[in-house]
Design a protein around this ligand. Structure first.
Ligand code: RP5
Length: 161
């Protein structure tokens, strides 16, 4: 990772299994904007467009992405598929919906076998996925760490996400 941030190229890739996930994922984009992190958002399904899912993950690193946020509902394997094809950190967001309303996607996302982790946030936890992405990127970027400190201060002063 470098300590430079360019405005143009996305550094965080948000993928979601369906356009129906979009409203629940908007908070991730808002949060990344808040920290000045360029990002992109794509609908890619592990089971409906599996080749595209694998290609996205395989090309992510050379495209300059540093973190992938993957959201899916029901038998949610998108984040795991992403993690299978890249060494970039993958943050999974289980989506509520279907008969089990997100408990299924929570288990599917968090219960990755050893060796291929997916950092899983809460059901519909898209804002936290973005904050975690920023925290990962901040390891080598003091200016981002300062923004995170300010953010935590604002939370303590009553900021609602
Ligand atoms: C998953 O199935 C998606 O991530 C979405 O959460 C859920 C339902 O998808 P749609 O039937 O609305 O396309 O693949």
């Amino acid at each position: 990772m470098t300590s430079e941030m360019t405005a143009a190229d996305p550094m965080v890739g948000i993928v979601m299994g369906s356009a129906s996930d979009q409203p629940k994922m908007e908070a991730a984009g808002f949060m990344l904007d808040r920290f000045g992190i360029p990002h992109e958002s794509n609908v890619i399904s592990a089971h409906r467009t599996p080749d595209q899912a694998a290609e996205y993950a395989k090309l992510a690193e050379e495209r300059g992405l540093e973190v992938i946020i993957a959201a899916a509902g029901m038998a949610a394997h998108l984040a795991g598929v992403m993690a299978a094809h890249t060494v970039l950190p993958v943050i999974g967001v289980p989506m509520a919906g279907g008969a089990l309303n997100g408990v299924d996607s929570l288990y599917a996302t968090v219960q990755m076998p050893a060796g291929v982790p997916v950092a899983t946030v809460a059901i519909n936890g898209s804002a936290n996925a973005a904050v975690l992405a920023v925290q990962i990127m901040a390891v080598s970027r003091p200016e981002l760490r300062e923004k995170l400190r300010m953010f935590k201060k604002e939370l303590g002063q009553g900021l609602k996400i």
